[in-house]
Design a protein around this ligand. Structure first.
Ligand code: ADP
Ligand code: MG
Length: 580
């Protein structure tokens, strides 16, 4: 399907508004031609007849002004209705597209986000969608109206004097050649401009959210010069685009003047020789002059359409990115967890290098299994496979004997609570953030969860307690407090399987104390997979699994593993020993 066909498909659901708009445009076109037509009687029936037939001239001097006003009013009404209708269609298309893009983004696999810059996506949602709107609504409206008007005026021109019209048809198209060329040029520049704008948005979002790092490394000057380079590039492209666009109408005008001169000369000659009446010629010239405006607008529309097409191409590229295959046909609901989680021969890679190379691991219900191993060993990857954040390449993961790929993703994820090193809180109230995984939770349940997460006390001290907005002025939560909110969130979700990925590793000793107590509450009665850097968590685990280079190299309890020569003892000496 071509890009134009796809763009047309966006417009199709709005056909009823569009058809009314088209009728209005026909009226606009008809009345415009009507005005040019009236110039004939104005000259012949008032001015010429004023000499030859004064009676008729006196009658017409009343009728024609009234006719002129009436035609103008009808044209005004139709222009208004047509504009409003087209704006409505355009804005609905925008709303529909951005909603579709957002919904599609939610369906895309995590691997997409690993490789995509946020700025780029924001540019798609805002800039490109708007370019598309401009092109389908204002441009579509304008081009329909202008084309109808042009057809109406050309018909009148032929009706008035076909010989003169043929000459006009030969000389005027010359004036149209530049706009096609300019359109293509604008489209090319616009694409480059868009890329640069996305780059700039991305650089901004990175350095603003990373302002602390920029300052810490005194990299302000570096970032400023980097920003300036992109900004200047955008400036140059924008100026170039505007220059091309600005050149488009003077070029047409200059060529149009030549065409007009030819017609004036030949037309004047015909009136002088008596081949045409003065009124016919004035009406002809009025129509030709009136043709200039829609032709010029059409040229401008063409460049807008070209920009819109460039935007549409980028939007469709995003919408065409394959969404994550949701559920297999016949996938079943996971209703509870009773026996065990089994990893069988699990292999996985993000790119070419395998990250997990054949993992066999069984976790019995109610157990705590700790994952240990040096950084980059694949611990996070291993736990992320369980909620199917990524799909395996080889092997299988079974929950109570069922392959997780045979379960619906939503029911699988409902069974799993997740607390990671980085807590994401949304710009909403504390209450809403805690209830994120269970929107229907009652006030009481939220408070109970917060108490168990050692969060209740600090929440009640906030200016508006549970109703405090996270982004509010003066609300600064510490890492430990944020983490306890995340734990309250997991407690409220009350999933039987729990994943803790270095939940305490970025905290200072004091906040770690409370977070650890909160985590102990959270682990009660759950099956837990814990990645920890603290020895106490590892002591309490029923089993420790040591990962290295994508394989399980050791398994057992703390004392057992410590007694063996191997990875665990090295790790212990390097990392855990300092804890006691
Ligand atoms: P650990 O949690 O044990 O530190 P990870 O599972 O995070 O280890 O990472 C294992 C390997 O996979 C590392 O080499 C890391 O660079 C790579 N990796 C992790 N996440 C991604 C990702 N989203 N895309 C590509 N490579 C990744
Ligand atoms: Mg990790």
């Amino acid at each position: 399907m071509s890009i134009y066909q796809r763009m047309a498909r966006e417009v199709k659901p709005h056909w009823h508004h569009l058809s009314i708009a088209v009728v209005c445009m026909l009226v606009v076109a008809g009345t415009t031609a009507g005005l040019a037509y009236l110039m004939g009687p104005v000259v012949d029936d008032i001015f010429v007849a004023g000499v030859t037939d004064p009676e008729r001239a006196r009658r017409m001097i009343v009728i024609l002004p009234i006719a002129l006003v009436a035609v103008m009013w009808i044209k005004g009404g139709a222009t208004y209705s047509q504009t409003v209708l087209m704006v409505m269609v355009g804005q609905r298309i925008v709303a529909d597209l951005r909603e579709r893009i957002y919904a599609h983004l939610q369906e895309l696999p995590l691997s997409f986000y690993d490789n995509t810059q946020t700025g780029l996506l924001i540019a798609r949602m805002t800039n490109d969608v708007n370019l598309l709107r401009e092109s389908v609504s204002s441009a579509l409206a304008a081009s329909f109206r202008d084309i109808f008007t042009i057809v109406g005026l050309i018909a009148l021109v032929f009706y008035r004097d076909w010989r003169l019209a043929i000459i006009a048809m030969v000389v005027f198209p010359l004036a149209m050649v530049p706009f096609i060329k300019f359109g293509q040029l604008v489209r090319r520049i616009s694409t480059r401009n868009q890329q640069a704008t996305a780059e700039m948005a991305n650089h901004m979002s990175e350095t603003i959210s990373g302002a602390r790092v920029v300052k810490a490394f005194t990299a302000e000057k570096h970032e400023i010069s980097k920003f300036k380079a992109v900004s200047q590039r955008i400036l140059r492209l924008q100026l170039k685009e505007e220059r091309v666009r600005a050149l488009s109408s003077p070029t047409m005008e200059s060529l149009g003047a030549v065409a007009f001169a030819v017609i004036l000369g030949y037309g004047g000659h015909r009136v002088l020789t008596g081949a045409a009446s003065a009124g016919t010629f004035v009406s002809f010239i009025a129509a030709v002059i009136m043709l200039y405006d829609p032709l010029k607008k059409l040229a401008r529309t063409w460049t807008i359409v070209q920009r819109g097409v460039a935007g549409a191409e980028r939007i469709y590229e995003l919408l065409d990115t394959p969404a994550m295959v949701k559920d297999r046909p016949g996938a079943t609901e996971l209703t509870g967890f009773r026996e065990s989680i089994q990893y069988r021969g699990v292999r996985f890679s993000y790119g070419r290098e395998p990250v997990l190379k054949g993992i066999d691991l069984t976790i019995e219900a109610g157990r705590i299994v700790a994952l240990a191993g040096s950084s980059g060993g694949g611990k996070t990857t291993l736990v992320n496979l369980l909620p199917r954040f990524y799909d395996l390449e080889e092997g299988e993961i079974l929950i109570d004997g069922t392959d997780i790929r045979d379960l619906t993703q939503s029911s699988l994820r409902r069974m799993i609570g997740l607390v990671t090193q980085q807590t994401i809180l949304f710009d909403d109230t504390i209450k809403a953030n805690i209830a994120y995984g269970r929107p229907g939770a009652t006030e009481e349940e939220i408070i109970t969860a917060s108490k168990a997460a050692y969060a209740h006390d600090f929440i009640t001290e906030l200016p508006h307690g549970y109703e405090t907005h996270i982004g509010e002025q003066g609300v600064r939560l510490s890492g430990g407090q944020r983490q306890r909110l995340a734990i309250a969130r997991a407690l409220l979700k009350d999933a039987p399987i729990l994943i803790l990925d270095e939940a305490t590793s970025s905290l200072d000793t004091e906040s770690e104390y409370y977070v650890q107590k909160a985590i102990d509450n959270l682990m009660k009665g759950r099956t837990t997979l814990v990645i920890a850097h603290r020895l106490s968590t590892i002591y309490n685990a029923h089993r420790i699994v040591v990962l290295s280079g994508g394989r399980i190299v050791q398994e057992g309890r703390h004392e057992e593993l410590l007694g063996q020569e191997g990875e665990y003892r090295k790790l212990y000496e390097m990392q855990f020993k300092s804890d006691n």
